[in-house]
Design a protein around this ligand. Structure first.
Ligand SMILES: NC(=O)c1ccc[n+]([C@@H]2O[C@H](COP(=O)([O-])OP(=O)(O)OC[C@H]3O[C@@H](n4cnc5c(N)ncnc54)[C@H](O)[C@@H]3O)[C@@H](O)[C@H]2O)c1
Length: 365
């Protein structure tokens, strides 16, 4: 398949559109900015400077208009959005780590709640903006620690500060729509992704980055919660969901301006332990130490599952890669990077699109 043909997706709606990604220097934002460039969009980014070494954003060397700034700085953010005049905004900038939220609760709330409100207000005052996708998380639901897969209508909650800040961002989204967007053509939706893995993530205290960081320096990793169940998915899965949802909003299909879960199609019960053992089968440098952690054990959810049937039924979106493929593509990316100095982002997007086309997903048209 020719590359132009591979990237003719989402009704070609992103070609020449001005698209702003907040959080473009982070893990998911950098993949999204790269994919949008491949789709022919004019991509703009607003985020803090990259905070990890290595950084996927820096490795990609993206030619895009990138502004480093804090979304809590309303005047700076508004000035940038007013100047860019984007058609659509994907809001991913966040303090995204559960354990960090125990250390920095105020930063977490001001960024994830007030920062989100600043994005909404900046967009409302910029007439070009037709759509906003507010990226939240699977952790917004009140977790009953039972084998229940949460659906969009389930009660919001959040034990830790990160989760509750994202649940607040959901409440804010709903309130903002009712308060300001009833008679406004700006469409606002939120997207709750599962636990995302993929190459190019070097965040602290996330399972995959911890494993590969240790492996790359011939060290062992200590696993915090081997029995915890998570809705693992490859980074390209929620991104295809966000992009498809964005295309619906750009087409003024108001019915899609609501909250969506984007996780694995089949409700799965894969544990952290399974993820680790699958990863070490694929890369023998990955090994773990059987020692108990020192210090206070902070609460993290034990069971978390998502029900993504609404996206499947109404949006005709479902995940493309199963658990084995998801882990395999992730480890392949890191092995290519550490052992061959190759960044496989572009080739993996192409493989994902080809596999999605084989499954005749609607967004491939
Ligand atoms: N990675 C996951 O498993 C996962 C799962 C579900 C939802 N999410 C959500 O997806 C989004 C992206 O996550 P990620 O994994 O790429 O996170 P990340 O930590 O890799 O990236 C976060 C991005 O936000 C930016 N940022 C942080 N604070 C900021 C501030 N005050 N002002 C401006 N920019 C700021 C960072 O610079 C970075 O670009 C987040 O909203 C996160 O909550 C992530």
């Amino acid at each position: 398949m020719e590359i132009m043909e591979v990237m003719n997706l989402f009704g070609d709606i992103y070609r020449n559109k001005k698209v702003l990604v907040t959080g473009h220097t982070g893990f998911k934002g950098s993949w999204l900015a790269f994919w949008l460039k491949e789709l022919g969009a004019q991509v703009y980014g607003f985020s803090l400077a990259p905070s990890t070494t290595p950084s996927h954003f820096e490795l990609l060397g993206l030619e895009m208009n990138s502004q480093f700034g804090d979304i809590r700085n309303y005047e700076l953010l508004k000035g940038f959005i007013n100047e860019v005049q984007p058609d659509i905004v994907f809001h991913l900038a966040a303090q995204s780590l559960v354990l960090e939220s125990y250390k920095k609760p105020i930063d977490t709330y001001t960024t994830n709640v007030i920062g989100t409100l600043n994005v909404f207000e900046s967009c409302r005052s910029t007439l070009s903006v037709k759509a906003i996708i507010n990226v939240t998380t699977d952790k917004v639901y009140e977790n009953l620690e039972k084998e229940i897969a949460y659906k969009e209508s389930d009660r919001l909650g959040g034990y830790d500060i990160y989760s509750s800040s994202k649940a607040c961002a959901e409440l804010l989204t709903s309130s903002y729509k009712k308060s300001f967007l009833q008679s406004n053509s700006l469409l606002l939706a939120s997207a709750r992704a599962g636990n995302v893995i993929g190459g190019g993530d070097w965040a602290e205290e996330r399972i995959l980055p911890d494993l590969v960081r240790a492996a790359s320096s011939n060290n062992q990793s200590v696993i915090r919660n081997p029995n915890a169940i998570r809705p693992w998915e490859h980074v390209l899965e929620p991104l295809s969901g966000y992009l498809y949802l964005g295309s619906k909003l750009l087409n003024e299909e108001e019915i899609f301006a609501q909250a969506w879960n984007f996780g694995p199609t089949h409700i799965q019960k894969h544990t952290v332990g399974e993820l680790v053992s699958k990863s070490s089968e694929l890369w023998d440098k990955i090994s773990t130490a059987n020692k108990s952690q020192s210090g206070e054990k902070l609460h993290e959810a034990n069971i978390l599952m998502l029900d993504c049937s609404m996206a499947k039924d109404k949006l005709k979106w479902h995940s493309v890669w199963n658990f084995e493929q998801t882990v395999s593509k992730t480890i392949e990316w890191y092995k290519n990077y550490y052992e061959e100095n190759i960044v496989s982002t572009k080739i993996q997007i192409e493989q994902y699109v080809i596999d999605a086309k084989i499954q005749s997903l609607d967004w491939c048209k």
